[in-house]
Design a protein around this ligand. Structure first.
Ligand code: SAM
Length: 216
């Protein structure tokens, strides 16, 4: 890896936010998932979660994600219930972007807390089961003729508000990933093929030098 490339990867990783995530519920259209992932990359989201309850297919993003799938981890789940439980156990507050009567304006939420945004399916929205299990509902006010936004547009509006709040709070000025995750991720980003070989053999990654070169 060239030193310039290493520097760029570090700059991006330095700003990743492990405590901001997205949970999609049966969002299946690849272009929507791809657009959400690109927004996540731009905002600094480290990983996202996708529930696919009607099929075991892991969504693929590569056609339209313009490579952002390489930079945002994707965890798939088969049930919304267990995905929500896992995020709650990890300390996230989960807000459903959901057009319900209880929903509050999305700008009222404090996104500097560990936050997961739940986004619903293109046609049906957030399921009742999910809506009942989350910590709150948020809405982007709609003042025109149509009732809802495209799911990826809704994701972008909310995530850039989260980015605004986190920029203000200085969350992008210091490294937020723990050291082990940081070291592993920079190796995987810089040397994906070598990293895969090490994983196959069950070996840990070798350390990197100051300019990103493999030591040892
Ligand atoms: N008919 C569906 C409904 O009633 O929820 C519309 C689904 S909308 C096309 C897809 C997803 O985008 C929603 O489940 C929600 O997560 C998000 N979304 C779209 N517009 C939104 C808005 N104005 N406020 C909050 N979330 C919105």
């Amino acid at each position: 890896m060239l030193p310039r490339r290493y520097k760029k990867l570090k700059q991006v990783l330095d700003r990743r936010q492990p405590d901001l995530t997205v949970l999609t519920e049966d969002v299946h259209k690849p272009h929507n998932l791809s657009a959400i992932m690109r927004t996540c990359d731009a905002v600094g989201v480290f990983s996202i979660h996708a529930v696919s309850s009607h099929s075991d297919e892991i969504p693929t993003y590569s056609q339209v994600a313009q490579g952002s799938e390489k930079w945002v981890n994707l965890y798939t789940h088969s049930q919304i219930k267990t995905a929500i439980e896992q995020l709650h156990q990890e300390g996230f507050k989960i807000y459903a972007a959901h057009l319900s009567k209880e929903a509050v304006d999305y700008r009222q939420i404090d996104y500097t807390q560990p936050t997961a945004i739940l986004l619903g399916a293109e046609k049906w929205g957030v399921s009742q089961e999910a809506a009942e299990r989350v910590d709150g509902h948020i809405i982007i006010p709609m003042l025109g003729m149509v009732e809802s936004l495209n799911v990826s547009v809704a994701a972008a509006v909310i995530l850039f508000e989260a980015q605004r709040q986190r920029l203000k709070a200085g969350f992008y000025d210091r490294v937020r990933l723990d050291r082990t995750t940081y070291q592993q991720t920079i190796f995987e980003w810089g040397y994906p093929k070598i990293a895969a070989l090490h994983r196959q053999k069950g070996e840990s990654y070798p350390p990197l030098g100051e300019e990103g070169e493999i030591i040892g």
